[in-house]
Write a protein that binds this ligand. Structure first.
Ligand code: HAS
Ligand code: CU
Length: 561
């Protein structure tokens, strides 16, 4: 008898969370598709090639393109993909069904929030960049839309924690399964981190944009923004780590070296991700050097769990390579499954992050940051972790998760493989060009390719590095076409895999597991650790924030575009 393929109804029947997870991820990818279109325009600008006139009259300026690029890629795509993928992984790992109506409510909040925010963005009425610093003032719909998206993320915090609590009640005394531990810790971290943005939006940006209050203090707004703005980068990174720890070792043919070490890394992120935001404000007056110094030290602390991750993942991969027959000092690397696009996307993402992490540590050094702050070094830095490590890993996850959910085979796996390689190489070219130009003092967020004749040539010393950006622009454009082709061809395919060929969830086993370890029991008290994080955040933020609240200097809104 031929193996039967399932109809869509059967696919969702046993696990209704599949559908909502897919909807989250697809909505995220749609946002990414639009946001990525502006990428080449941005990078060619830094190759001194101005392509923006070609977008007239649809898009008005470099700054509108940059705003769409940052908001849709960094804020919308990441969050939506994370809401879908983590929900699904936690549900299946712990075998607990999410509260489905609540999950759908979160999805609708995302959709409505995105539609509201997109309207002024597309009409050039909220060209405030993805940091929306006052006194730049956008249309109210942008702030309300963004706020709805944040509310949706908080609903996801609730969903995850509620599932974890239910699991705990059903399994008294047992250690939380690893993937569930990591996803719950990630969401709890975000639950504390998001408070800065919530306060900024509710008390300042929304009333201000509606004309209910006359002004907003820029420094206070920036401080609230970076309360959330630093940990948001870990909110983008940790879901990739969930995959690197929880799934990648199995996909590569091996096991995770140590389960307790993974938990320890996530606890480190839970406690240390938020109290570090001033490392984005070293150049801001009005914050004492003492507290900037404290945030520097804590930033170095939060790099430690990433260094632990580098060790654990590399060791687990070595083990996998050797299990696959790799010999010698480096032979295990060759023996990793380099023909599997899902694995390769994650490996290349991790390699890029080695450089991204090193640059981050430069930025975090109070004194060194003055050399690179507000230069192209910064976008050079963050395209390695967020646009390469996280984004490639999310594509890597989608390459098995979408076939798993939809029962549709991954379209064109070779194109997928070529796409992830080109993306990686393109981003490395770009990161090099942008870092080096930053050291020459070229500013970030500047339409340098359209400078007036008077200023023309002032960045001539960077001409050599601009070539790297031009090459990156070409490579990344091709890569994006390939990756989106694979994605949409898979989603729109009519083919269905027979039941026995549908990819399973590659949950990895651990060599050193959680059983019988007292440390694991202590780590399992996530509410306690969350409480510790709250206390630490209050200590390092309150002295400054209270002063800023008392001495507010409200500035009226400005429209510079
Ligand atoms: Fe950052 C600015 C400091 C990590 C994103 N960062 C930014 C901005 C973004 C961003 C978006 O202190 C710009 C914001 C804006 O628009 O103004 N960052 C750090 C530090 C880290 C760091 C210390 N950043 C990230 C991550 C991001 C991200 C992650 C996104 C996901 N960053 C800063 C600072 C600024 C900043 C300052 C402000 C600068 C300024 O002047 O404005 C660290 O957490 C990094 C630790 C990472 C490591 C690397 C570990 C490596 C691993 C991979 C191992 C590889 C393996 C592969 C195993 C120590 C885990 C093996 C492969 C085989 C084939 C065998
Ligand atoms: Cu940061």
């Amino acid at each position: 008898m031929a193996v039967r393929s399932a109809s869509p109804e059967d696919i969702y029947a046993t696990h209704p969370e599949k559908k909502v997870s897919l909807y989250f991820m697809v909505l995220g990818f749609i946002a990414l598709t639009i946001g990525v279109i502006f990428g080449p325009f941005q990078i060619f600008n830094y190759a001194n090639i101005d392509l923006y006139p070609a977008l007239q009259p649809l898009f008005k300026s470099y700054y509108q393109g940059l705003t769409l690029h940052g908001v849709l890629n960094a804020i919308v795509f990441t969050q939506f993909f994370i809401q879908g993928s983590l929900l699904y992984l936690q549900a299946r790992d712990s075998n607990v069904r999410p509260l489905m109506p609540v999950a759908w409510a979160a999805w609708w909040l995302d959709l409505i929030g995105l539609a509201l925010a997109a309207w002024p963005l597309l009409l050039n009425n909220a060209t405030v960049l993805y940091t929306f610093y006052p006194p730049l003032q956008g249309h109210w719909a942008f702030y309300v839309g963004a706020a709805l998206i944040i509310v949706s993320s908080l609903v996801s915090v609730f969903l995850s924690v509620e599932m974890w609590v239910r699991w705990k009640k059903q399994n008294p005394g047992k250690p939380t399964p690893l993937v569930t531990f990591m996803t719950t810790a990630t969401w709890m971290m975000w639950g504390l981190a998001a408070i800065g943005l919530v306060v900024e939006a509710v008390f300042f940006l929304i009333p201000w944009s509606l004309g209910w209050i006359k002004g907003v203090d820029p420094l206070l707004a920036r401080s609230l923004f970076w309360w959330s703005g630093h940990p948001i980068v870990y909110f983008w990174l940790l879901p990739a780590y969930v995959s690197w720890y929880g799934l990648l070792p199995r996909q590569a043919g091996g096991k995770l070296i140590s389960d307790p070490l993974a938990r320890m890394a996530f606890l480190g992120f839970l406690v240390f991700s938020t109290p570090v935001g001033f490392h984005h404000q070293f150049a801001d007056p009005g914050i004492s050097a003492f507290w900037k110094g404290v945030h520097t030290v804590l930033t170095m602390m939060v790099a430690v769990p990433s260094l632990m991750t580098a060790f654990t993942i590399a060791a687990s991969l070595e083990l996998a390579g050797r299990a696959n027959g790799g010999k010698g000092m480096l032979g295990w690397i060759k023996a990793l499954p380099w023909n599997n696009p899902s694995v390769v996307a994650q490996l290349l993402g991790a390699i890029a992050f080695i450089f991204g992490g090193a640059g981050g540590i430069v930025n975090a050094s109070f004194t060194l940051d003055y050399v690179v702050h507000n230069t192209t070094w910064i976008p050079g830095h963050f395209h390695l972790p967020v646009a390469t490590a996280s984004t490639l890993t999310f594509f890597g996850i989608a390459f098995w998760l979408i076939p798993h959910i939809t029962h549709k085979p991954l379209a064109a796996p070779r194109t997928a493989l070529a796409g992830v390689w080109l993306w990686f190489v393109g981003m490395m070219f770009m990161a090099f060009g942008m870092h080096m130009m930053g050291l020459q003092g070229v500013p970030r967020r500047a339409h340098i390719s359209a400078m007036s004749a008077v200023n023309d040539g002032i960045y001539a010393s960077s001409a050599f590095y601009m070539v790297f950006n031009a090459i990156a622009g070409v490579l990344l454009t091709i890569a994006a076409v390939q990756l989106f082709y694979v994605l949409y061809a898979t989603l729109f395919s009519r083919r269905r895999l027979p039941a026995d060929q549908v990819p399973e969830i590659p949950f990895a086993e651990a060599i050193s597991g959680p059983e019988g370890k007292n440390g694991v029991k202590v780590m399992d008290r996530l509410f306690f650790w969350w409480g510790a994080a709250v206390v630490l955040v209050l200590i390092v933020y309150m002295p400054t924030l209270v002063q800023l609240f008392i001495h507010m200097v409200p500035a009226p809104g400005m429209r510079l575009w």
